[in-house]
Design a protein around this ligand. Structure first.
Ligand code: IVH
Length: 673
């Protein structure tokens, strides 16, 4: 059936609206309508196009993922070569760059020159060709002269417009920029891959480059990719502004996304200020960058400066210290933590990466170690991004020496010789030695004295290790039996520091129940659970005596945590240590338990909680309900008396309405109580 002219204009109007909202969302980061409303427009257009296939145009917003897979990539010859950039690694090198620029332009050393400063995005370069405003071709950079045709893939990236907005764009316009995978998408993708046992990405750059080189555009469409434009290639048939920064502004008006973190700055000082500013915010940016780029802003001056071999004389990349370096694995050792977790660690030939010298890198767990197959003698890529612990990102297997062997999980603990066990379905292997294991003991003691636990100032890790090795410290109780004489006799311990330490040990005896419970180092009992237990039970005696069920009545205590707490206190050894601690003077104020009342205003009533409440967390609400005698369960059923619903309540609210369960907001609950 041929569409009527009315239908045609209806389709065109839908496309216009969708393009407009795409522009607001992607180019301006300022959406005007909720996602659901956008989806409705899209569905409406899809329905029309399905009914009248004649209506479909290649630049319709519905046509992003429709392309058939290609069997290989066609070569694209770049009409203007895609250049790379020279690097500067220090302010001195930047100064040299700036002097060369001024020299060439025959400007005085002190002259001001404006640079357009932008982040250097860590992704893959692309060229997008628009003819009469319609995207006709996407290509990789390749070797700068010849790239690959990836039109079918770039069309799937939602922030790349299939048709330009507004007017005044050149008849032929080549936009160049970086396709990248935002950090959040990268992390989510890798987490899924790990769970599914499929291959994870080494870094966001490989993720972007790999995603663009898919033969099947459906695969690319599944990858969370984004793009920022950073320069112009071909432009025929209209004049562009005469400054780089203004061209990028113009791009944005045409719906092409540009990085919001760009600025025009004066001279080297302006550049350095920009570098510092971006560097300090680097970890918080939603995408990975490896430096900043400065470009002489005036196109007239750019032209005067010209190129050397493959790089422009008018631009330079000021790099951050590398976050990935190559080094060799000297050994793989297994460390034992507080809970007995046996963690593989690579001992490395020291290498400078991410601004520090790294000689150890975590291998996370035995599965990760096997997945990467890291072996002693291997050449590896070490990665240290931001504040995260250095890790082995990958092995360069081509450089593997002969005769290496796969690393195996030890069957016995490297510290105490106890059996190493791995529970069904767990990634972590653990030493079964418990507090018999010196490593676990040392870690448990470090935790016990740490700032948020008993807070014994001056009781450092080295001292603990020394005292554990000499068997002077077997349980936390031994800390309170240490004497001035034996402490001052230790290596590197003067009389003064020994006496200070004795004072802080003494001071730590007066503590709180929360700190004490946390200090015990019960698995799964962090600071906030310790605080909930303390306020719920009030007295240590009641925590020790609590049944599984009673424990689960505490906010954030579920069956797993309750079981850990129970098994800790079922261990006579632990009870003995606690009583010795108390005999030695460790004490805290105890209070009355917040016992649920049988005759409270809510007794006999069953509640379900959903959504975000205005003034309390769901755990706090649970506790309030229980104190008033009510019960809280997880799902809505015929037995539910009330649903306490906050903002963004979802399926539970729908179900409650269907079953006719009374729905309360926070204020209504408080007035009931
Ligand atoms: S300008 C002639 N600007 O870095 C100018 N490049 O080493 C050529 N890159 O292949 C590039 N962010 O993929 C420019 N803001 C930015 C950039 C950027 C990342 C990449 C680009 C290029 C490589 C140059």
């Amino acid at each position: 059936m041929k569409p009527s002219s009315e239908t045609k204009s209806q389709a065109e109007s839908l496309r216009e609206q969708i393009r407009h909202h795409n522009y607001q969302y992607h180019a301006l980061d300022d959406p005007e309508i909720p996602d659901a409303a956008y989806d409705r427009l899209m569905r409406e257009l899809l329905a029309l196009e399905e009914k009248y296939p004649d209506l479909v145009t290649p630049d319709s917003p519905t046509q992003r993922v429709g392309d058939a897979p290609v069997s290989s990539f066609e070569t694209v010859q770049h009409e203007l070569p895609m250049l790379s950039l020279g690097n500067a690694f220090s302010p001195e090198e930047l100064n040299e760059f700036h002097s060369r620029v001024l020299d060439r332009l025959e400007m005085d050393a002190g002259s001001t020159l404006q640079y357009a400063a932008e982040p250097k995005l860590d992704g893959a370069a692309v060229s997008l060709l628009y003819e009469d405003g319609v995207l006709v071709r996407g290509a990789t950079r390749g070797d700068g002269t010849n790239g690959e045709d990836i039109t079918h893939n770039v069309r799937t990236i939602e922030s790349i417009p299939l048709r330009l907005m507004g007017s005044g764009y050149p008849r032929r316009l080549e936009v160049r920029g970086e396709v990248f995978m935002p950090k959040a998408g990268f992390d989510a993708y890798n987490e899924n891959a790990r769970e599914a046992g499929t291959k994870a990405f080494v870094n966001p750059r490989n993720a972007a480059a790999g995603s663009l080189r898919q033969l099947d555009p459906k695969l690319t469409a599944e990858r969370p990719l984004d793009m920022y434009a950073y320069s112009v290639g071909i432009s025929d048939g209209a004049n562009l502004p005469d400054h780089h920064s203004e061209i990028l502004n113009r791009f944005q008006e045409w719906g092409i996304k540009v990085c919001p973190e760009r600025r025009v700055v004066d001279g080297v000082n302006g550049c350095l200020e920009f570098y510092e500013d971006i560097g300090s915010r680097r970890d918080a940016l939603p995408y990975e960058i490896d430096g900043v780029v400065y470009k002489v802003d005036s196109l007239r001056l750019q032209e005067e400066l010209g190129f050397v071999s493959r790089a422009p004389r008018w631009a330079v990349a000021h790099k951050f210290p590398a976050q990935e370096e190559m080094t060799e694995v000297a050994a793989v050792e297994f460390q034992v933590g507080r809970t007995g977790a046996v963690t593989p660690v690579a001992r490395l030939k020291p290498v400078f990466v991410g601004g520090v010298t790294v000689s150890n890198a975590t291998l996370h767990n035995i599965d990760e170690l096997h997945r990467k197959d890291v072996r002693v003698g291997d050449t590896v890529i070490v990665r240290r991004a931001g504040d995260v612990i250095p890790e082995v990102a990958s092995v360069i297997t081509g450089r593997r020496p002969k005769g290496t062997r796969r690393v195996q999980l030890p069957t016995a603990c490297p510290v105490c010789g106890s059996r190493v066990a791995r529970e069904e379905g767990e990634t972590v292997a653990r030493c079964t030695g418990g507090l018999f294991c010196a490593a676990q003991r040392a870690e448990a003691l470090k935790h016990f004295v740490s700032r948020r636990a008993l807070d014994i100032e001056g009781f450092g890790a080295k001292l603990i290790e020394q005292l554990v090795l000499s068997d002077r410290l077997q349980t936390p109780a031994n800390i309170f039996q240490l004497t001035m004489e034996e402490l001052s006799a230790l290596d590197r311990m003067g009389e003064k520091s020994a006496s200070n330490l004795i004072d802080s040990i003494e001071a730590s005896k007066t503590t709180t129940l929360t700190r004490f419970l946390f200090a015990l180092g019960i698995r799964e009992v962090g600071e906030s659970t310790a605080a909930s237990l303390a306020s719920h039970f009030g007295k240590l005696k009641s925590v020790v005596a609590a049944s599984d069920e009673e424990l689960q009545a505490v906010p954030d205590v579920g069956p797993v945590v309750a079981a850990r707490i129970r098994s800790f206190f079922d261990e006579q050894h632990n009870i003995d240590v606690i009583s010795t601690l108390r005999e030695l003077g460790v004490s805290w104020p105890e209070s009355e338990p917040l016992a649920p009342s049988d005759d409270g205003p809510l007794s006999g009533k069953t509640f379900v909680i959903t959504g975000t409440l205005p003034s309390m967390t769901r755990d706090e609400a649970k506790e309030r309900i229980q104190l008033a005698g009510g019960k809280v369960t997880g799902s809505v059923s015929g037995k539910t008396d009330y649903l306490l619903a906050g903002e963004k309540a979802g399926s539970k609210l729908t179900k409650a309405e269907k079953l006719g369960v009374e729905v309360l907001d926070e204020a209504a609950l408080l007035s009931l109580i």
